[in-house]
Design a protein around this ligand. Structure first.
Ligand SMILES: Nc1ncnc2c1ncn2[C@@H]1O[C@H](COP(=O)(O)OP(=O)(O)OP(=O)(O)O)[C@@H](O)[C@H]1O
Ligand SMILES: [Mg+2]
Length: 216
C-alpha cells in the first residue's frame, strides 16, 4: 500500500484541504487514488459529511460514501465519545482492514485522520495506533497561528515515538495575519522538510493548494 496518512496540529487546520489537494495531485499524475476518511463525525444539512464528500469526489475514480468512510457519527464531537453515544465500539483492526481493502484497486491512498494525532478512538487506542498499523508516511498539517511551533513539535515527537516516517509538514494560513516569527520558527525547528505553505485563500481550492505543495 502506497500513500500518506494526513494528520494535523489540531482540528480545523486544513487537513481536508491538503488531503484533497494530494488526492488531486496524484490523480493529475495519472494515478488511481483513494481519498479516505475512515472515521468522521459532524453531519451537515442533507445528511452529508463534508470531509467525505470532498475526498470521495476528488478520488480517481470517484468513490461512494461507503468506500470512503467506515464509521460516521452525526454529532460534531470527538469520535470515541460519539461512538459511545451511538452505543458503538470502534474496532481499530476493522479500520485497518477497511483501508487495506480500499487500497487494493488504487495506486495511492490518502488517509485523513480526525482532529490531531493523539485523538482517541477507543478507551485504549487512537489515530496514532491506526497510523502505526498502516505504516504510511505521515504528512503533518500545521495551522499557522501563534502557538503552532509548540503544537507542531509535540506532534513530531508523538509521530517519532511510534517510529513512523514523517514525510514533511505543510503550513496553512488560517487568517490573513500571522504573529511574526511563527513561520520562521517552524522552518528553523521542525526536524523534517516543509512540503509547502498554503497562502490565505478563500474560497478554499484543492487545485490551488496542490500547486503550492511538494507531493510526497
Ligand atoms: N489556506 C487557507 N486559507 C484560508 N482558510 C484556510 C486555509 N487553510 C485552512 N483554512 C480554514 O480551515 C478550515 C478548516 O479546513 P479543513 O476542513 O480542511 O480542516 P480539517 O483539519 O480537515 O478539519 P477537521 O479536523 O474538521 O477534519 C477551513 O474551513 C478554512 O476556514
Ligand atoms: Mg477534515
Amino acid at each position: 500500500m502506497k500513500g500518506v496518512f494526513v494528520t494535523g496540529t489540531d482540528t480545523g487546520v486544513g487537513k481536508t484541504l491538503i488531503s484533497t489537494a494530494l488526492v488531486r495531485a496524484y490523480a493529475a499524475q495519472g494515478l488511481r487514488v483513494a481519498g479516505l476518511k475512515p472515521v468522521v463525525s459532524g453531519m451537515v444539512a442533507g445528511g452529508l459529511y463534508e470531509d467525505v464528500e470532498a475526498l470521495r469526489r476528488a478520488s480517481e475514480p470517484p468513490r461512494t460514501v461507503g468506500e470512503c468512510a467506515l464509521y460516521a457519527f452525526p454529532p460534531a464531537i470527538a469520535p470515541h465519545f460519539a461512538a459511545g453515544q451511538a452505543g458503538c465500539r470502534i474496532d481499530l483492526q476493522a479500520i485497518e482492514r477497511f483501508v487495506r481493502e480500499q487500497a487494493r484497486d488504487v495506486e495511492r491512498v490518502v488517509v485523513e485522520g480526525a482532529g490531531g494525532f493523539l485523538v482517541p478512538l477507543t478507551p485504549t487506542a487512537g489515530f496514532a495506533d491506526l497510523a502505526a498499523a498502516l505504516a504510511l508516511p505521515v504528512v503533518l498539517v500545521v495551522g499557522l497561528r501563534l502557538g503552532a511551533i509548540n503544537h507542531a513539535l509535540l506532534t513530531c515527537e508523538a509521530i517519532g515515538a511510534r517510529k513512523l516516517p514523517l514525510a514533511g509538514w505543510v503550513g496553512t494560513w488560517l487568517a490573513p495575519d500571522l504573529a511574526a516569527g511563527t513561520l520562521e520558527g517552524l522552518r528553523d525547528f521542525m526536524p523534517v522538510p516543509c512540503l509547502g505553505i498554503i497562502p490565505y485563500h478563500a474560497p478554499l481550492d484543492p487545485e490551488f493548494a496542490a500547486r503550492h505543495l511538494i507531493i510526497p
